[in-house]
Design a protein around this ligand. Structure first.
Ligand SMILES: [Fe+2]
Length: 230
């Protein structure tokens, strides 16, 4: 039976919670400033840079300026600790990743994520402006084309809203990024953008991170983040 709010003890219901923080890692010292820059392109606000004795930087970001001194909406960014880096290296060696003898499970894993980034460990942001999301994607495409630090290190995939709502469909048909998109979200009245990068490391193979950026059209009770459809 599904757990509902009403079925939970009163003490649990009365506690206020919010999403507090996420700890991300980059893989190499030189990727620290690049990762920080990418998070700022995503709209995150850098509030602290702490240079550590190792030579790497520890960063604190908030998702927007409303969270500057709060305890939630925080993203910490630091270099992958050495034992984790050693584990990732061992996994890559054992599974012969990137070689002609790569383990078939790795190939299948990569194919799954290629077809549906939603299957990855990922972090989703909600944006309140479709125009801002469109501008960000166009900027990221430019950076991936020609920026000295970011060139070739980003992959962008999008899902437009399921068809059927005339106003939403018309707006997306006219969009500079969704107009030619043939992929569809698991729901209505909203869109998703996935950005994959090797600048931030996570996931089972410790070699990439998937970021998701969503927009929900206002005025609809049923949308991509309220109801998941098969
Ligand atoms: Fe997601």
């Amino acid at each position: 039976m599904a757990t509902t709010l009403e079925s939970q003890p009163a003490a649990v219901q009365s506690v206020k919670r919010s999403m507090g923080h996420l700890a991300l890692h980059y893989g190499k010292v030189e990727d620290g400033p690049v990762a920080s820059r990418l998070l700022q392109v995503f709209g995150m606000v850098e509030t602290q840079v702490l240079n550590l004795p190792s030579g790497s930087n520890f960063y604190r970001f908030v998702v927007d300026s409303d969270h500057l001194s709060r305890g939630d909406g925080i993203i910490y960014l630091s270099m992958l600790p050495e034992p984790q880096r050693a584990l990732v290296d061992a996994i890559h060696t054992a599974l012969k990743i990137g070689t002609p003898d790569q383990h078939e499970a790795v190939t299948a894993y990569n194919a799954m994520l290629e077809s549906d980034p939603e299957g990855s460990f990922h972090f989703g942001f909600l944006m309140d402006s479709l125009e801002d999301l469109e501008r960000m994607v166009l900027h990221l495409r430019e950076l991936n084309e020609s920026d000295p630090q970011l060139k070739g290190r980003l992959a962008i995939t999008m899902n437009r809203a399921r068809a059927g709502e005339a106003a939403v469909d018309a707006r997306l048909d006219a969009s500079p990024i969704f107009g030619d998109c043939k992929r569809y979200a698991y729901g209505r009245n909203g869109v998703q953008v996935f950005v994959t990068t090797d600048i931030v490391t996570s996931g089972q193979l410790g070699d990439r991170m998937y970021f998701e950026f969503d927009y929900v059209f206002p005025g609809y009770d049923s949308h991509i983040l309220s109801v998941v459809e098969s």
